[in-house]
Design a protein around this ligand. Structure first.
Ligand SMILES: Cc1ncc(COP(=O)(O)O)c(C=O)c1O
Length: 393
């Protein structure tokens, strides 16, 4: 096909933001959403603390987190929350860590190379698959990612997690929370950050602790030094203030205000059911287009494991698959560059460590109609990229 013959579609997505983090702001967001921010005020003032507590309370209500679970706002985004959990809790028993993409790989490396925990089993799978969940030993602590953002593979549910486990489960749920149902009875530590499904500002992490996780914190002291930023106990007791909005160090009150705005939006549209339904509807729209398009497929091999937030796609066009690896890898790069130049879609290239492809965020803040408007552009950009390879065109 000749490039000149390709007509660009007319309809454009109203919102061209499909990045997997920071993710699109909620529909209708403007800077005026932040006008009540407690700027210039101490986060330890009564109103500052009330705003921090509001984030905790609204998160609990929307996510239906049990009353006896602690929820804290912590430094350094989701990474801060996960690292805090790993450093504070691990080492009292063996660890099973599940890794099937870049973030899970990172947690495995931290556990083995930084914490140097010898009794660690890494249960791994290649991009597109899940490790064998039946091999997990719940007598040990278990570290896993609910949704692998860089491969678009998620665990289907929590049925594989033992209810009567002796170890703790530590779950990085940053691209799952608010878009996928999380079974709190199966999760002892759960983390996420604000810039994902609710489209908040990147800054702080959230950490949820089950009563069993709190008991571990109070009864076990790791042998390594604990930076102040990770300290969740004082004098052997849980630092309860952290779970009431008394943050360890200074938060951004602008980011806090934005997190509240996202939570209020989530409540307005109908809460968790609607958030999950929006993400699922977006995935369904992408599935319909993938079937129609023919040139693209899911990186996730099992449809049950397909993410409804970070949807990862690979090029499966037979003529492209005949090209050498470098040429194949250039195709998604050409597509993303074309769409960015047209201001139709930003940041939809695969993660830097993932196989070449496209990654389209489909979380709750993305409107299905914007995805529907994007699909013809993707088809157009693919045809255009393909036409640059005479042997494939
Ligand atoms: C699964 C997962 N874990 C951790 C992170 C790191 O999150 P943050 O940048 O909030 O620390 C990300 C970011 O995309 C992620 O997708």
């Amino acid at each position: 096909m000749n490039k000149q013959n390709l007509r660009a579609p007319e309809l454009r997505p109203r919102v061209p933001y499909f990045s997997s983090g920071p993710c699109a702001k909620r529909p209708g967001w403007t800077l005026s959403a932040l006008q009540d921010a407690a700027l210039g005020r101490s986060h330890r003032s009564r109103s500052g603390k009330a705003k921090l507590a509001e984030v905790i309370d609204r998160s609990r209500a929307i996510l239906q987190i049990p009353a006896d679970y602690r929820i804290g706002i912590v430094p350094a985004s989701d990474t801060g929350a996960v690292e805090m959990a790993l450093w504070s809790l691990l080492g009292s028993r063996g660890v099973d860590v599940l890794a099937w993409e870049s973030f899970g790989d990172g947690w495995a490396i931290d556990i083995v190379k930084q914490l140097k925990l010898a009794d660690t089993r890494s249960l791994e799978a290649a991009y597109g698959a899940l490790p064998d969940l039946g091999k997990v030993d719940f007598a040990r602590d278990v570290v896993f990612t609910w949704n692998g953002t860089t491969s678009g593979v998620r665990v289907p549910d929590g049925d594989w997690i033992a209810a009567d486990r002796a170890g703790l489960t530590i779950c990085d749920a940053t691209s799952a929370a608010f878009a996928m149902r999380l079974p709190w009875d199966k999760l002892d530590v759960t983390t996420w950050s604000w810039q994902k499904v609710l489209g908040g500002e990147g800054q702080h992490g959230m950490i949820v602790l089950s009563p069993r996780a709190v008991a571990r914190l109070e009864n076990y002291t790791p042998p390594w030094p604990m930076p102040k930023l990770f300290r969740l106990t004082a004098g052997g007791k849980l630092a309860e203030g952290v779970f009431k909005g008394e943050t360890i160090n200074t938060p951004s009150m602008l980011a806090v205000e934005d997190a509240i705005d996202g939570l209020l939006w989530a409540e307005r549209i109908g809460g968790l059911d609607v958030l999950v339904a929006r993400a699922q509807a977006n995935l369904a729209a992408i599935e319909r287009w993938v079937r129609r398009a023919g040139w693209v497929g899911f990186l996730a091999t099992d449809p049950q494991h397909r993410s409804c937030t970070s949807v990862c796609l690979t090029i499966v066009d037979p003529a492209i698959l005949k090209l050498d690896a470098a040429a194949q890898a250039s195709v998604p790069r050409k597509i993303t560059a074309l769409l960015e130049a047209e201001k139709v879609a930003f940041d939809i290239d695969a993660y830097r460590d993932a196989p070449p492809g496209l990654r389209i965020w489909a979380g709750a803040t993305v409107e299905t109609r914007d995805l529907e408007a994007l699909f013809p552009w993707l088809d157009w950009a693919f045809s255009s990229a393909k036409s640059e390879f005479p042997s494939a065109a």
